[in-house]
Structure formats: structure tokens, C-alpha cells
Design a protein around this ligand. Structure first.
Ligand code: PLP
Length: 388
């Protein structure tokens, strides 16, 4: 069976060129990068080369890039690190209702620790209004954290504007750029951010490695305590193969960024048009224009997301759903709830995310298969029969 992977927002395959760049770091360049001997220095050199490449891509200084174990750690580090280091100044955090759990659960943990958190709402397209962020700032606010683009519905936030407001009020600003780093062109100065999270496995790099950009002068507590690695900010021997792979992944992304974004957006738009031509009772979730070039999030009336996912999987098509599989009620995700998805659409959400290896023929195949799957499930759905 021909398999079609359309879940690039969950993770990407590691590019063969990235694997090749990593291989020598296992058996040849294996020294500890903190060691002073030649073995250590060789590993240190490879790691610093990757750091310099990534920093240049971000328009940052190499010392402002701290390597972590992934996006989740970077989000935890940014939020906890800033609020604990600035506790004397205030105890208030502002974030949005549609952040990734890595930020939301960190905020909930901090609420239990005595911090206060404002979760600003989003509109029906998933957009944060910078005026509501500005309106939530008090003299106790020490951090604002708003994601660059949402992983489920793909909406891209007005980060530069929120960053400008944060700077005017002297509040640190963090963005989770896990879904945009290597996908959209930007520098940290263009976004007006003090802190930014990214993860290698979303841009054809290896899993288990990420980074936190920390603007020079930011007061932040170290995330891991121990050795002096990463300038004392994140103890533990660095993941040299992962970091070298991350560097290579960034180099590859940089080389094809704008052409790839154009190619993906054209396929995305053809996909969306094609689904609307073939099916009724469909809704596009997320902003129609301000959205990730590879994201398609649809709700299908009167069918359940999990049923569609499993049927598509049996036919070799991999995508994901925004209905929580962990809950027996199949409740929609916090993101779909926050955009106020109408009740009849709330259970049947599908996210297709395209990437480097997606071809036009894959779009054709899904456009042919999806209406058949929906038709079959609707034929069995009492909800759909009632509606008709
Ligand atoms: N933030 C966003 C927006 C994400 O999409 C993800 C991964 O799905 C993460 C954070 C977590 O990244 P990681 O899997 O590297 O921990």
C-alpha cells in the first residue's frame, strides 16, 4: 500500500543529509565538548559551528542560543526561568488560551506556586488581539508568552506587535516558535522577542534537541543545575550529534525556505479548495490567510475525528485529529474550544500538515479518499441521518 504522511506538524522525518552530518559524531568525534584535550575540542568545535550557524539564521549572537532537549524543555525553561528570576519585581504572567501544553501546563504549575496568570482569549480564527494583551499588563507583569503559530490550526500571531507593546512596558516577551522555526523567514529582532523556543524534529532534524534563544541581558534562572555547560544556564553534557544535526537541518531549511513555503502554500490551498468542492458540511479552522503554509485543519459535520483518522490510516493516509482521544467524551481540544467551534462541528476535526516530501499526487490521492471515508461514516451516523 502506498503510504501518505500528512502529519509533519507532529514530527518530520530526519533528512538523510542531516543523518550523514550526525554520523561522525558517534564513533569519531565522540569527545566530551567540555574536555580540554583534542577529542573534546573537536566535539566542541563541531557544536560551536552548529551554534554559530543557527544564531546567524536567527540574527542572534551565538551566546544567546542555549541548546535544550526540545521544545517542551525550552518552553519550561523560558517561563519558569524568567518568572523565578524576576519574582521580586512581580508575580503576573500573560499567555494565550491556545498555547501548547508545554506553556499552559507550566503556567498552571506556576499558579499552584502562587503566580497569577491571565489567559487572553482568541477570536474565531484563533488570533490574539495585541490590545487585549496590552490591556492585561499590570505593574506586576513580568512575562508575556504567546506562540508564533498554533500547532493545531496554524494561525500566525502578530508577534512583532505584541513584542513592541511588551518592550514599551518593560515586560519580557517569549514566543514558542516550534511550528515556524525553519518554516517562515524571521529574525528575533523582527519579532521583538526576548526569548524564543524551537525544536529540531519539526524541521527534518533529530528528535530530543531544541534551543532557547535568550536575548543578552535577560534575567533568567538556570534550568538545570550542575555543571557549567551552556554558560551555566543548562547543565548536562550536550547532545553533540543532535546539535550538529540541528545545525545541518537549519542550513537545509535556510537554503529552500521561501520556495518551499510557496510550494506548500499552493498545495495547501488546492487541498482546501478541493475538499470544499467535494464535501458539504465542512469548516476550515484557523485564519484563512494568516496561517502556516503547510496547515489544513478541517471540521467535518456529524462524524467523529477518531473514526476518520482510523479509516484514513487503514488506507495508508496519516493525519491527526483535534478531538482528545484521552477523554471518553471525545471533547474537542482546548484550541478548538477557544475558537468557539459550533457544536455540530466539534467532534470531527482533522489536521493535515504537509512537508518536504509531500507531492501533488499525494494531494490528489487524499482528495479522492477523504470524501469516500466521510461518506461511509456519515451513512452510519445517526447524527447525520437526523440532520437530513
Ligand atoms: N510547542 C509547540 C507549538 C509544538 O508544536 C510542540 C510539539 O508538538 C512543542 C512545543 C513541543 O516540542 P517537543 O516535542 O520538541 O518537546
Amino acid at each position: 500500500m502506498n503510504q501518505i504522511y500528512m502529519d509533519y506538524a507532529a514530527t518530520t522525518p530526519t533528512d538523510n543529509r542531516v543523518v550523514e552530518a550526525m554520523l561522525p559524531c558517534f564513533g569519531e568525534v565522540y569527545g566530551n565538548p567540555s574536555s580540554l584535550h583534542a577529542f573534546g575540542q573537536e566535539a566542541h568545535g563541531a557544536m560551536e559551528e552548529a551554534r554559530a550557524k543557527i544564531a546567524a539564521f536567527l540574527g542572534a549572537e551565538p551566546e544567546e542560543v542555549v541548546f535544550t532537549s526540545g521544545g517542551t524543555e525550552s518552553d519550561n525553561f523560558a517561563v519558569k526561568g524568567v518568572v523565578y528570576a524576576n519574582r521580586k519585581k512581580g508575580d503576573h504572567i500573560i499567555t494565550s488560551a491556545i498555547e501548547h501544553h508545554a506553556v499552559l501546563e507550566t503556567c498552571r504549575f506556576l499558579e499552584a506556586e502562587g503566580f497569577k496568570v491571565t489567559y487572553v482569549p482568541v477570536d474565531g480564527d484563533g488570533l490574539v488581539d495585541p490590545a487585549s494583551v496590552a490591556g492585561a499588563i499590570t505593574d506586576k507583569t513580568i512575562l508575556i508568552s504567546v506562540m508564533h503559530a498554533n500547532n493545531e490550526i496554524g494561525t500566525i500571531q502578530p508577534i512583532a506587535e505584541i513584542g513592541r507593546l511588551a518592550r514599551e512596558r518593560g515586560v519580557y516577551f517569549h514566543t514558542d516558535a516550534v511550528q515556524t522555526f525553519g518554516q517562515l523567514p524571521f529574525t528575533v529582532d523582527e519579532l521583538n522577542v526576548d526569548l524564543m523556543s524551537a525544536s529540531a524534529h519539526k524541521l527534518y532534524g533529530p528528535k530530543g534537541v531544541g534551543l532557547l534563544y535568550i536575548r543578552k541581558g535577560t534575567r533568567i534562572m538556570p534550568f538545570m543545575h550542575g555543571g557549567e555547560q551552556e554558560n551555566g544556564r543548562r547543565a548536562s553534557t550536550q547532545n553533540v550529534p543532535g546539535i550538529v544535526g540541528f545545525g545541518k537541518a537549519v542550513e537545509l531549511a535556510k537554503a529552500s525556505l521561501s520556495e518551499e513555503a510557496t510550494r506548500l502554500a499552493a498545495m495547501r490551498d488546492r487541498f482546501i479548495r478541493g475538499v470544499f468542492e467535494r464535501l458539504d458540511g465542512i469548516r476550515l479552522n484557523g485564519h484563512p490567510a494568516r496561517r502556516l503554509p503547510n496547515n489544513i485543519n478541517l471540521s467535518v459535520e456529524s462524524v467523529e475525528g477518531e473514526g476518520m483518522i482510523l479509516s484514513l490510516d487503514m488506507l495508508g493516509i496519516a493525519c491527526s485529529t483535534g478531538s482528545a482521544c484521552s477523554s471518553s467524551s471525545l471533547d474537542p481540544s482546548h484550541v478548538l474550544l477557544a475558537i468557539g467551534l459550533p457544536h455540530e462541528f466539534s467532534h470531527g476535526s482533522l489536521r493535515f500538515s504537509l512537508g518536504r516530501y509531500t507531492r501533488e499526487s499525494d494531494i490528489d490521492a487524499v482528495l479522492e479518499t477523504l470524501p469516500q471515508v466521510v461518506g461511509r461514516l456519515r451513512a452510519m451516523s445517526p447524527l447525520y441521518a437526523e440532520k437530513k
